[in-house]
Design a protein around this ligand. Structure first.
Ligand SMILES: O=P(O)(O)OC[C@@H](O)[C@@H](O)c1c[nH]c2ccccc12
Length: 259
């Protein structure tokens, strides 16, 4: 059993509980109407989705000491284009309340980072003020991904569609994903390799599709690599959560983008 299988098995249970207990509209949140796609496509620097990530299955505890609202505000002040908040509790120590707290504190798009397998999670993300949800190609069969994609779109949410290999990139294209995240980390083995972005970026027309390179970004040189491949955005968790000087970290990673 891979870690992804374990997480998905846990999600099935969570969804059952949500279906019994979650009342639609029971969460109240500020709504911020900005499109990540539009702002990232227009930016002349690498855009950063900074992540609120206390822990992970591959790294264990990363930083348990930050307040989500404070961290979110800091990210925004330092130049984040969006904020990703992990809301998975068993494996990442996040909660939906973390996302609500960040949502109230900032005015940039917020991504609900979770393993979405059911419409009810999309309802909850929407109610809690998310602008975007994550859909992971490796988590579900294509027809189900398609349904959830359309469901989220109808609610006015944007979708970060995450892929890790050629086959999944073809699924992204068939579904018509506008924002594609190439995860450099294999969710089954935890291996991280920026060459994944270089390999898969070639398959898309980056004039139409917004490419985000996810995971393993530490230095300006890493960012140069994925920028060259065609990424206009990066998703950075651990490096942000461990940074002692966020302003400096952002300045290093927000490199100018050529044409
Ligand atoms: O901490 P990193 O290596 O910067 O990675 C961030 C982000 O890409 C990673 O948290 C992630 C990418 N896809 C996911 C899917 C589920 C949970 C987490 C993730």
């Amino acid at each position: 059993m891979t870690i992804l299988d374990k997480i998905l098995a846990e999600k099935e249970k969570e969804v059952e509980v949500l279906k019994q207990h979650y009342r639609q509209g029971s969460l109240q949140a500020k709504k911020v109407d900005v499109s990540l796609y539009d702002t990232f496509m227009k930016a002349d620097k690498m855009s950063i989705i900074a992540e609120m990530k206390r822990a992970s299955p591959s790294k264990g505890l990363i930083n348990d000491g930050v307040e989500p609202a404070d961290q979110g505000k800091l990210y925004e002040e330092c130049g984040a284009g969006a904020i990703s908040v992990l809301t998975d509790e068993p494996f990442f120590k996040g909660t939906i309340e973390d996302m609500q707290a960040v949502r109230s504190a900032v005015n940039i798009p917020v991504l609900n980072k979770d393993f979405i397998i059911d419409e009810i999670q999309i309802e909850r993300a929407y109610d809690a003020g998310a602008n975007l949800i994550l859909l992971i190609a490796a988590a579900l069969p294509e027809p189900r991904l398609q349904q959830l994609y359309q469901y989220a779109e109808r609610k006015g949410l944007e979708i970060l569609f995450e892929v890790h290999n050629e086959e999944e990139m073809l699924v992204a294209k068939r579904i018509g994903a506008k924002i594609v995240g190439i995860n450099n980390r294999n969710l089954k083995t935890f291996e991280v390799d920026l060459a994944i972005t270089e390999r898969l970026a070639d398959m898309v027309d980056t004039k139409e599709t917004l490419l985000i390179s996810e995971s393993g970004m530490k230095t300006g040189a890493d960012v140069e690599r994925v920028a060259k491949a065609g990424a206009r955005g990066i998703l950075v968790g651990e490096t942000m959560m461990r940074s002692k000087d966020l302003k400096e970290t952002f300045d290093q990673l927000r490199i100018p983008l050529g044409e």
